[in-house]
Structure formats: structure tokens, C-alpha cells
Ligand binder design. Structure first.
Ligand SMILES: [Zn+2]
Ligand SMILES: [Zn+2]
Length: 246
């Protein structure tokens, strides 16, 4: 009887609240999807791309090809992949997370990320989020990188380590610091949680964030994870900034 009324209630919710397109809010058949009109407007990243950082290439240069930036300086992470190019469209997907009530969106974004990072996830043992940025700590109540990491771990059955990294206690404002001091502040901003001491040795970690921009934050995280004993660290984000090729 209870089960039946629950099923009736669910059907009622479906009638009252039909699934809506994540992009435009039009009614769609399946929850957590984009409608046929929105889908082509999103810049999903596919091969060919840089073997290391995942920057999309205009032409296929081979599976092992690296972009100019990775050739000039190899990042600290082993590989980075993203589901989408960060542009006006994907920005609108990233921003609603701020309101915290879009669990349908986290599920869809996690599925896109799991597809984009399939090779990375197949070799990984742990999924961990970038801890909330110190500047956002006061304006947000939760970490959207954690929402995405949780969604990715659910789709892959990988172990989620929500507290693997933590921010060190912030000793002061960045204001008044020279650029070099700021960089070194970020560089030392993370540490492996003492709870994971010894538990990280030799492990392969997929580090999750919402957007990859300059890479300074994730590289600081990778530095801390390597110091904590991780063997390999790959990076998986919902979106990434793509600069025009030089
Ligand atoms: Zn739509
Ligand atoms: Zn690259």
C-alpha cells in the first residue's frame, strides 16, 4: 500500500514537475538532459586533443601529440580532460550550481564528465574534489567541485575521497602581496588531510573541479597529492578555458 502510494506520488510529481531542459527550461522527455535545440549549441570536447592537457586540436596530429604549451612546460598533472569548452553556453550550466538545488544538473554534468574522462577513470582508484577556494568560502555554503566529484564517483563506482585535500589555514589577505608572493601562496595553499596519511601511497587520483582556467589551482593540488604519496594525478573538469592557438 505504501509502495503504491509512493509510486502514485512519483507520478504526480512527474505530472506537476515535468523534466526540463538544463539549457533553456523547455520540457524534455528525460530528466537531466538538453533539448534537441540546445544540444548543438554546447561545445563538447572530443578527440583530437592534446594527449596531456586535453586542449582540442583543429586537426588530428596523432594520439600522443602535445600542444605547444605542454611542449614548452609539462604540467604537474599527468592528463587533464573536460566535458565542455568554457564559453557563454557552458558558463550558464556552471553558474546555477551556486544555488545548490540543481541535483539533476550535477547528475547530467557528472555523466558528461565520466564520458570525457573515461580513460582517466578506468585507471583511477580515488576521485577527489578541489577544496573550495578560500575567496569563495564566505559567499558559498558548499563546494560544487564536490557535487561533481560525487556524481562522477556514482557513475563509475570509484571511491570518493571528499576530504582528501584541504586548504591550509589562511594566514592573511592576498591584498598587498606582489604577484610572486601570491603565486607562492597558492602553491602552498593545499595539503593532504592527515586522515589520508599513508592511505595515498602509490594511488592514482582523479582530481575534480568545475572549470579549468590557468591550471594554477589544480597544479597546487597535484603538488600536495604527490607530496602525500600519490603515484599519478589526472584532472577532470566540467569545462575548460581554451585559448586560441599561438
Ligand atoms: Zn533546451
Ligand atoms: Zn597540452
Amino acid at each position: 500500500m505504501l509502495a503504491r502510494s509512493a509510486a502514485v506520488a512519483r507520478r504526480l510529481v512527474d505530472i506537476v514537475l515535468p523534466p526540463l531542459c538544463l539549457g533553456c527550461g523547455e520540457i524534455v522527455a528525460t530528466p537531466g538532459t538538453l533539448c534537441v535545440a540546445c544540444w548543438p549549441a554546447y561545445s563538447f570536447i572530443a578527440a583530437p586533443h592534446c594527449a596531456c592537457c586535453g586542449t582540442p586540436f583543429a586537426e588530428d596530429l596523432g594520439e600522443e601529440a602535445l600542444c605547444g604549451s605542454c611542449l614548452a612546460r609539462r604540467p604537474r598533472f599527468r592528463r587533464a580532460r573536460a566535458a565542455l569548452i568554457y564559453d557563454d553556453k557552458s558558463r550558464r550550466l556552471v553558474l546555477p550550481f551556486k544555488h545548490g538545488d540543481r541535483t539533476d544538473m550535477a547528475r547530467a554534468c557528472g555523466a558528461w564528465m565520466a564520458r570525457a574522462g573515461a580513460d582517466l577513470l578506468a585507471e583511477a582508484e580515488l576521485v577527489a574534489p578541489v577544496p573550495l577556494h578560500w575567496r569563495r568560502l564566505f559567499t558559498r555554503r558548499y563546494n560544487q567541485a564536490l557535487l561533481l566529484a560525487r556524481s562522477v564517483s556514482r557513475q563509475t563506482s570509484l571511491v570518493l575521497a571528499p576530504d582528501l585535500l584541504r586548504r591550509r589555514r589562511w594566514t592573511g589577505s592576498q591584498a598587498g602581496l606582489a604577484a610572486k608572493e601570491r603565486r607562492s601562496n597558492v602553491r602552498e595553499a593545499f595539503e593532504v588531510h592527515p586522515r589520508w596519511a599513508g592511505g595515498l601511497k602509490g594511488k592514482t587520483v582523479v582530481l575534480v573541479d568545475d572549470v579549468l582556467t590557468t591550471g594554477a589551482t589544480v597544479e597546487a593540488c597535484v603538488r600536495a597529492l604527490k607530496r602525500g604519496g600519490a603515484a599519478h594525478v589526472d584532472v577532470l573538469t566540467l569545462a575548460r578555458v581554451v585559448r586560441p592557438a599561438l
